[in-house]
Design a protein around this ligand. Structure first.
Ligand code: KIV
Ligand code: NA
Length: 272
């Protein structure tokens, strides 16, 4: 693939080869995933992963725009989606449009993502009808942690019908894809079969139309906690600490810098 897919290309991947997605917050990490991911999400998880916030609630529009601009510079093949942060879209469709338009214009994102199902249906429709592609996000929606009462599995038992209604509401409003977070696998499969748009799972099911993870989680770079749905493909946090420990010891022992890192008084003669 030479250029980035559009939201409509992602929509058309329903039922096909699973969509590959990760979060990114910086240019170099975006460069590392550009050739391998269909969709790169600048998630509001940036607040917890890079800024040490206790939840995603303290993330601002300015933070999302700053990280969105950084990620965009690292991408040429993957499509970029930017999360709308808590407080930037819930008040009204008009507020959502005003802020989503800023995100699109200032970051070069192809789409925005926002949390919520039935409650956000009108807002999603408002944005899509006015030219802003939207990715939905239902199930565990971390911006609602204070009303959900914890990072619990969503849609178990009698709550399944409400989850299905949320997913349908997002799809019917015109979203091109929807993230399903932390729901029972059988329910994720039901929703995937039910919806005409791709489902992108995180703690959902291998039967979803795609998967997403927080990149620092899957690299073992963010280790404050590890949700069950995270698989660690590397242990970058441990490697970083070991490297820093070695550097500190070498500095204290005057072993670093070595000869090869230093400059002589005279510049070396240039070869002609
Ligand atoms: O912010 C984020 O990282 C997300 C994904 C986990 C879906 O919303
Ligand atoms: Na998010």
């Amino acid at each position: 693939r030479k250029s980035a897919p559009l939201p409509e290309d992602i929509r058309a991947r329903k039922g096909g080869v699973p969509l590959v997605s990760l979060t990114a917050y910086t240019t170099p990490m975006a460069q590392a995933m550009d050739a391998h991911c269909d969709v790169v999400l600048v998630g509001d998880s940036v607040g917890m992963v890079l800024h040490g916030l206790p939840s995603t609630l303290g993330v601002t529009l300015e933070m999302m725009i700053l990280h969105g601009r950084a990620v965009k510079r690292g991408l040429s093949k993957a499509m970029m989606v930017v999360d709308m942060p808590f407080g930037s879209y819930e008040e009204s469709p008009q507020q959502a449009f005003r802020n989503a338009a800023r995100v699109m214009a200032e970051t070069g994102a192809a789409a925005v993502k926002l949390e919520g199902g039935v409650t956000m249906q009108e807002t999603i429709r408002f944005l899509v009808q006015r030219g802003i592609p939207v990715m939905g996000h239902v199930g565990l929606t971390p911006q609602s942690i204070n009303t959900l009462g914890g990072y619990k599995v969503q849609g178990r038992g009698a709550a399944a019908d409400a989850l299905i209604a949320d997913a349908r509401a997002v799809s019917e409003a015109g979203a091109f894809a929807v993230v399903l977070e932390k729901v029972p696998a059988a329910l994720a499969d039901r929703v995937t079969a039910d919806l005409p748009i791709p489902t992108i799972g995180i703690g959902a099911s291998a039967g979803c139309d795609g998967q997403i993870l927080v990149v620092d989680d899957m690299l073992g770079a963010f280790t404050a906690f590890k949700p069950k749905f995270v698989k660690r493909y590397a242990a970058l946090g441990h490697q970083a600490e070991a490297a820093i420990e070695e550097y500190a010891a070498e500095v204290r022992a005057r072993e670093f810098p070595g000869e090869e890192h230093l400059f002589a008084e005279e510049a070396p003669e240039k070869k002609t």
